[in-house]
Structure formats: structure tokens, C-alpha cells
Design a protein around this ligand. Structure first.
Ligand code: ZN
Length: 298
């Protein structure tokens, strides 16, 4: 039996095989080296992606923010640096339906898993200071508290609303509203602030995303928790990536940021994210951040 099969079976049947000692070859670094080597530390995109990546950068850097793309200061990278590599979400429950405790747990679990599909691809890359990005849901905004079934311990329940009357977690606690990171007006202070919203709207079939968070259908998100491809695309916008409704880069047609062409994040999506980080990294004091993130210089 090959190693991969053993690992898979152990994961699936861990209890049944508990009596068997694990293969001690697991302990050897070279067994895992192939996986670890997939981490990119330098700007070295595959040759077929070089030209299309340059086309994308040329396009976005001349099209947005009046040609001053990096003049905008609240990209996902800014948010992550300000929060020391953690992400607190607040869920805007834009629905009349009730939501069970199990569904709330599943939504948080989905965010934990799916944020990593992007951010793990920055680990080790060109000074990115975080080994992982821990995700929490710190609050829920609802029209009526009784919509939240079961225990609400561990979350802040907000009944505040935006100017259109849609449930919105207290702006006093939100990064979008306090880009100076002053959460003194937030009831729970900085510990209970949220970095972005997951806005779940009943009946919505598309999505939207930006520095404020991501918006998708509530039924859709609950039906696609393992891999919510619309949300993955919208989180790409939070990470400053563009849409491709009007053009596509040379030779590249299927990727998550080209809506409807891919249900998974592709190499091209990942290299676009890395390209953005490559251009924005000098904005941050990475040496200081690294100290805070892992407690040491390296
Ligand atoms: Zn889009």
C-alpha cells in the first residue's frame, strides 16, 4: 500500500486502526518535502502565466482608483495586517428565516476552511508574515433575536441595521467603518471587533465582494458550505482581485475570478493574488509583524 493510501485510511478509519502504530516513516522530513516545496517563496510564476499576469496588472493598475491602485488603503492585505493575521467575521442574516445553532457552526467552519484556500497560498511567499489565518465568527446581525435558535454563547447578537433597514452588525465594531482600528465605541472593544461581514441574503443568486466583506445568497451558502464558489470569487475581490466580464488575459479562460468559468481557485487566481501582494508588501512593516505573528525573527 502506498503512503498516501495509508494516510487516507488512517484518517477515515482512525478509530478502527488505533491499535496499529503509525508508520514511523511519517517522521521523516523528506516524505513531506514534495508537498512543502509547492509553497512559493519567490516571484516565479509558470512561464505560460507570465504574460497574462502582466496584462492583468497593467489593466488594474491603470484602470482603478484614478490610476493610483495602491492609493487605496483597505484591501484585504491591509485588513489582515491590521488584525495581525486573524479574521473576525460578523454575519448579516438578511433573511426572515430562523437559523439553527448547527447551521451557524457550519457557516463558521466553512469560513475557516475556505479563507484558507486563498491565504494558505501566501504562506512563505515574499515576506507574507503569517503561517495561517485563524478565522472566527464573532457576531450575528438579525432582525429579531428569536431567529437565532439554540445557544448564542460566544457570539455578539446585533439588531442594528443599515440605512436600508437590513441587519448590519454594529458599525462601531466594524473595520470598514474604523480603518484607524479605533474600536473604543464597540461594546466589546477591539476583542469583539469584526474585520469583515459575511452578508447572507435570502433568495440572492449572485454575489458581491469588497473591503467590507462578501455577500451571497443565504440558501446558496448553506447548500455549498464545502466549497462555495461564488463566495470564493467574492473573497477574491476582498483580496483586490478584479472581474473579467469584459476581457480575458491571453491564453487563460477558466479561473474563479472569471465568473462562471471555474468552481475552484486556480493557479492563475493564486498568482494574481501573489502579484498583488508583491506590489503592496512594501507598505507594511513586515519585520515587526513577523515578530508579533510568530514571536521571533527568522
Ligand atoms: Zn466579481
Amino acid at each position: 500500500m502506498k503512503l498516501l493510501e495509508i494516510v487516507t485510511l488512517t484518517a477515515l478509519y482512525g478509530a478502527a486502526t488505533a491499535a496499529r502504530t503509525g508508520d514511523d516513516r511519517d517522521l521523516k522530513a523528506d516524505v513531506w518535502a514534495k508537498t512543502l516545496n509547492k509553497r512559493q517563496t519567490t516571484w516565479s510564476p509558470p512561464s505560460n502565466l507570465v504574460t497574462p499576469l502582466q496584462e492583468v496588472w497593467d489593466h488594474v493598475s491603470t484602470t482603478y482608483n484614478n490610476g493610483d491602485l495602491l492609493g487605496f488603503k483597505n484591501y484585504g492585505y491591509d485588513i489582515l495586517m491590521a488584525s495581525n493575521g486573524t479574521l473576525n467575521f460578523c454575519v448579516r442574516w438578511d433573511s426572515d428565516a430562523s437559523v439553527t445553532e448547527a447551521d451557524r457552526t457550519a457557516i463558521e467552519s466553512s469560513l475557516k476552511t475556505n479563507v484558507r484556500k486563498w491565504t494558505d497560498q501566501l504562506t512563505g511567499f515574499m515576506g507574507w508574515p503569517f503561517d495561517q489565518v485563524p478565522v472566527s465568527v464573532v457576531g450575528w446581525a438579525v432582525k429579531d433575536k428569536t431567529q437565532l435558535q439554540g445557544s448564542v454563547s460566544g457570539i455578539d447578537v446585533h439588531t442594528t441595521a443599515d440605512s436600508a433597514g437590513i441587519p448590519e452588525c454594529d458599525p462601531a465594531c466594524g473595520r470598514f467603518f474604523h480603518q484607524d482600528n479605533d474600536y473604543s465605541g464597540c461594546a466589546g472593544g477591539v476583542a469583539r471587533h469584526y474585520d469583515m461581514s459575511l452578508w447572507l441574503t435570502a433568495g440572492m443568486e449572485g454575489g458581491a465582494g469588497g473591503d467590507w466583506g462578501q455577500r451571497v445568497g443565504s440558501e446558496y451558502f448553506l447548500s455549498a458550505l464545502d466549497s462555495p464558489h461564488i463566495w470564493l470569487h467574492e473573497f477574491g475581490h476582498t483580496l483586490a482581485l478584479d472581474d473579467f466580464y469584459d476581457w480575458t488575459p491571453t491564453g487563460i479562460t477558466n479561473f474563479i475570478m472569471n465568473a462562471g468559468s471555474s468552481t475552484t481557485i486556480t493557479d492563475f487566481d493564486i498568482w494574481m493574488m501573489r502579484d498583488f501582494w508583491r506590489h503592496i508588501a512594501s507598505r507594511f512593516n513586515l519585520r515587526k509583524l513577523k515578530t508579533r505573528a510568530v514571536g521571533k525573527f527568522d
